[in-house]
Design a protein around this ligand. Structure first.
Ligand code: GRF
Length: 222
């Protein structure tokens, strides 16, 4: 069996997605190790989750740096000291510089609470309600230098109910994220998911339309 994938997870807050990944690894359902969790904010719950799981928990405060580029370079050096095969953004609330993103091309994942390319940016749940969408979701994607862009890997899709509000949607989307993020990371850890020329491939097939997790079933649309 090949070596486990070393992962560094970047967070800014609660870290419930981090917890989902920790739990999958603990349950031996993912052939990976989290070698470090790095937060740009001190005293967030995600750091405690890391410590409780015996994982190195680091804080790198962006306010200690004069520019985005300086912070990103320090972050890159800290990440690289752990030699990860994959860097996982899990609620990391920072815009990343091009140099940083290019350095990790093909090994940088993000999860975003919308059915990308719809609803990039913040406040996605309220914006989905305001637009009267019938469906909402979450997307795992490789990161490129544009905000919430980059090759899509996997989406979770839910129906929006008439009694949903932004809080219930946030809660329901989180539950889905905790399923699809570990799933996508596991594909990468197993070598099934690869990245070539800005595009994602699953089992050597180009992902032109992302696989969707819907009603507890995976629909492979590729
Ligand atoms: C998630 O909704 C994710 O989609 C977004 O940030 C949130 C992080 O939540 N990028 P948590 O910190 O993992 O609980």
């Amino acid at each position: 069996m090949s070596a486990a994938l070393d992962i560094v997870v970047l967070i800014s807050g609660n870290g419930s997605n981090l917890q989902a990944i920790i739990d999958e690894i603990k349950a031996h359902r993912m052939h990976a190790n989290i070698t470090a969790v790095i937060s740009n904010r001190a005293d967030v719950k995600g750091l405690q989750r890391a410590r409780d799981a015996g994982i190195n928990a680091e804080v790198l405060n962006h306010k200690d740096y004069d520019s985005r580029e300086d912070f990103d370079l320090a972050l890159q050096q800290l990440i690289d000291s752990y030699h990860p095969g994959l860097v996982v953004l899990a609620g990391f609330m920072r815009i990343l510089s091009d140099a940083f993103v290019n350095h990790y091309a093909g090994r940088l994942f993000n999860i975003h609470p919308s059915l990308l390319p719809e609803f990039k940016g913040l406040n996605t749940h309220q914006r989905v309600l305001d637009a009267n969408c019938a469906e909402h979701g979450a997307s795992v994607h490789f990161v490129n230098s544009e905000l919430d862009s980059g090759a899509l890997v996997l989406q979770a899709v839910i129906e929006v109910n008439s009694d949903d509000n932004a809080d219930t949607l946030a809660q329901r989307i989180h539950q889905q994220e905790h399923i699809i993020y570990p799933m996508a990371i596991n594909w990468f850890a197993e070598g099934r998911l690869t990245y070539k020329n800005g595009q994602a491939l699953l089992d050597n097939k180009l992902i032109s339309s992302p696989p969707q997790w819907k009603n507890k079933t995976l629909h492979l649309n590729i």
